[in-house]
Design a protein around this ligand. Structure first.
Ligand SMILES: NC(=O)c1ccc[n+]([C@@H]2O[C@H](COP(=O)([O-])OP(=O)(O)OC[C@H]3O[C@@H](n4cnc5c(N)ncnc54)[C@H](OP(=O)(O)O)[C@@H]3O)[C@@H](O)[C@H]2O)c1
Length: 344
């Protein structure tokens, strides 16, 4: 075990795309805990695009505040309790929480979260690999499940388009939709990802660069789509609106095309919300924590039966966390992107 604590913090607010020089690894003594706190040795870090939003100088209204230069990064993580002054946690417990990007985390009963997702929670892995509780049985699974079940209210007869479908959330959403009987189209930004979607997940798929979003959608869904699972925003959202059938539905999960310093491309024709009576709903997984049990039952069932493919891109060691984040934002990873923090 490390004898000091290493922690990634923001060195300077990025100008344009995030670079590794914008982040700094700071070393300090292993922290002591106070009343009602636990000390956790982190083991897995979830690499999520949303941290990039908080590294900008301002964040959207309603979102968490920016992280300022000198402040530590946060992110969903798993770890083992190694000291406790909180009667609800014992040494040896596996917990998920939001204080990632560091070796050791001191966790009280409060944390900056949206909707409570990321508060310290004990995990019983039930024999599954622990990191799955950051992926299909954790935040990615809940996000996909809540959007399909509650937001889109997906029906068997629907044709649904999932963008960033070869990513952590997208690959799970695409497969849940397919396993529930819907017709699924997935898009991704590289030929190997499109192959992954076609060969491994068994869905119709296209590269959004080739030839164009509109041409690809026209070819794969000539009669239009009923539902759109939006991970990307910008030109993808505009193309979805143009291709939705009357009374189509959109679940706005994220808008990753605008996170890393690039302006959104594409200009959705919003009047189509009126003319086609579209329903557009943004959502945050943290508002659907009550669905975690049913999600784990359904998704866990698919995984155990071998009906769901779960792909991870794993980077080793905390030192690789910025590299992992940059790779994921640039579309260089497939499936869930993770950083393994310990080899034990
Ligand atoms: N609402 C919620 O509660 C919630 C919770 C978790 C995640 N999310 C959102 O869900 C989305 C997916 O998150 P994730 O963790 O699963 O990440 P991910 O999909 O594993 O990784 C992000 C992917 O976005 C794609 N991308 C990046 N820039 C793009 C661009 N300009 N145009 C099109 N695609 C682009 C890249 O794939 P390509 O190679 O295909 O371009 C990249 O691999 C994000 O928008 C995230 O913010 C929302």
């Amino acid at each position: 075990m490390p004898r000091t604590n290493r922690q990634w913090s923001l060195a300077r607010t990025p100008r344009g795309r995030l670079t590794t020089d914008d982040l700094a690894l700071v070393e300090s003594p292993i922290p002591q805990i106070g009343p009602n706190e636990i000390l956790v040795r982190n083991t897995w870090l979830s690499i999520d695009p949303s941290i990039r939003i908080r590294l900008s100088s301002t964040t959207p209204l309603g979102y968490l505040p920016p992280i300022r230069p000198g402040e530590p990064l946060v992110g969903l993580a798993l770890g083992t309790v190694i000291d406790t002054r909180n009667p609800d946690f014992a040494v040896g417990d596996l917990v998920s929480h939001i204080f990632g990007f560091r070796d050791y985390a001191v966790i009280g009963t409060r944390a900056d979260t949206i909707g409570g997702y990321g508060l310290p929670t004990r995990i019983d892995t039930r024999g599954m690999p622990p990191q799955w509780y950051l992926g299909p049985l954790g935040s990615s699974g809940l996000t996909a499940y809540a959007a399909l079940t509650e937001v889109l209210q997906l029906r068997q007869e629907d044709t649904v388009w999932v963008s960033a479908a070869a990513g952590g959330v997208g690959a799970i959403a695409a497969q849940i939709a397919k396993l529930r009987g819907a017709t699924v189209l997935g898009s991704a930004g590289r030929a190997d990802k499109v192959e992954f979607l076609r060969q491994e997940l068994g869905i119709a798929a296209f590269d959004y660069h080739d030839p164009t979003l509109h041409e690809s959608l026209a070819e794969l869904a000539p009669d239009g789509i009923d539902a759109y699972f939006d991970n990307v925003g910008g030109d993808h959202l505009a193309a979805a609106m143009d291709n939705l059938r009357p009374r189509g539905r959109i679940a706005v999960c994220g808008a990753v095309s605008g996170y890393d310093g690039a302006p959104h491309s594409g200009n959705p024709d919003l009047f189509q919300i009126v003319s086609k009576e579209l329903r557009i709903q943004g959502f945050r997984a943290g508002s659907y924590n009550h669905l975690e049990g049913s999600m784990r039952q359904e998704v866990g069932g698919y995984l155990t039966a071998g009906d769901m493919v779960y792909h991870e891109t794993i980077f080793d060691d905390l030192t690789q966390a910025p590299t992992a984040l940059l790779a994921m934002l640039a579309g260089k990873t497939i499936g869930k992107t993770l950083c393994r923090l310990t080899s034990e």
